[in-house]
Design a binder for this molecule. Structure first.
Ligand SMILES: [Zn+2]
Length: 288
């Protein structure tokens, strides 16, 4: 594995997680020549067909296959070179019957999951990792599971006494959490309201007070990436998820000038220096 090249590993739970908070950054890095590897823990089998236009025509039995095709389409749109599926079953939302399945990702052994991630980190040798923050975006049990396992894997991959069978140690330089920023959510809502576009995705049922508490305050994130040049690729990746994303999804309707940034928070690092302001690889001694 060529370690002089910039290499990025995104650690997520379901097909489509890779788009919302980090798709623009991923596309930007791939344009810079960074090798991008996406690790997805489950097949997203518990997702419903949310797109009303497709609900009657899609057989739920086919959903696992369709979601893999959607993921492959998204990976192409975002310049993701390699997708690794860990093969766990989607646990469904908290409180749903899928939670009880023995093969559900949330019921997997955390040390064992971390061991599989360590093996991938040692194989691909990324300098930068990112994953969900401790809220899992919105509390999905699979998002919380990948968050915890990614953190363990970052801490253990460089220590050969952990998982000695998983290959020679490799210590990534930085682990970031992907942050959904409060001020951006508010700007999105304001933009839609001001142009009389109906709110959806749960925004409409939320009180002003609830909405005001959503997301991470902007001054708490460490790294803001300008994704204006790759926003069209991010939108193209969303369009790959025909079963998951309705054609009136707010992302397709909101003014592009409120979607031009993605936000990351440095969660762990093995290198000296302050967190990077605008580039996940800033200050690291690797090729471009
Ligand atoms: Zn998800």
């Amino acid at each position: 594995m060529d370690t002089s090249r910039r290499s990025l590993m995104a650690l997520y739970a379901h097909p489509d997680d890779e788009v919302f908070g980090s798709g623009g950054t991923t596309a930007l890095e791939s344009e810079r020549g960074t090798r991008v590897v996406l690790v997805v823990a489950t097949g997203g089998e518990a997702g419903e067909v949310v797109n009303p236009e497709l609900r009657s025509s899609v057989d739920l039995k086919d959903l696992p296959r369709i979601r893999q095709e959607e993921l492959a389409c998204s990976a192409r749109a975002l310049g993701i070179g390699e997708v690794v599926n860990l093969g766990y079953h989607d646990s469904g939302m908290a409180g749903t019957p899928e939670n009880q399945r023995p093969d559900a990702f949330m019921n997997a052994d955390e040390d064992a999951v971390a061991g599989r991630l360590v093996e991938l980190i040692r194989h691909y040798r990324p300098q930068v990792l990112f994953t969900f923050d401790s809220t899992g975006g919105y509390g999905h049990p699979d998002h919380l599971m990948i968050h915890r396992s990614a953190h363990l894997a970052f801490d253990r991959a460089g220590d050969g006494s952990w998982y000695p069978e998983a290959g020679p140690p490799w210590q990534p330089a930085r682990l970031f959490y992907v942050s959904i920023v409060r001020e951006q959510l508010q700007a999105v809502r304001q933009d839609l309201v001001s142009r009389n576009i109906p709110l959806e995705s749960g925004f409409e049922t939320m009180s002003e007070e609830e909405f005001a508490r959503l997301g991470t305050p902007r001054d708490e994130v460490t790294t803001v990436v300008d994704i204006r040049s790759t926003l069209s690729r991010k939108l193209a990746a969303f369009r790959c998820y025909e079963t998951q994303v309705a054609s009136n999804f707010f992302y397709f309707q909101v003014s592009e000038d409120v979607l031009g940034e993605e936000f990351f928070t440095l969660a762990a690092t093995s290198v000296e220096g302050p967190p990077p302001a605008h580039d996940l690889f800033e200050g690291l001694s690797v090729g471009g």
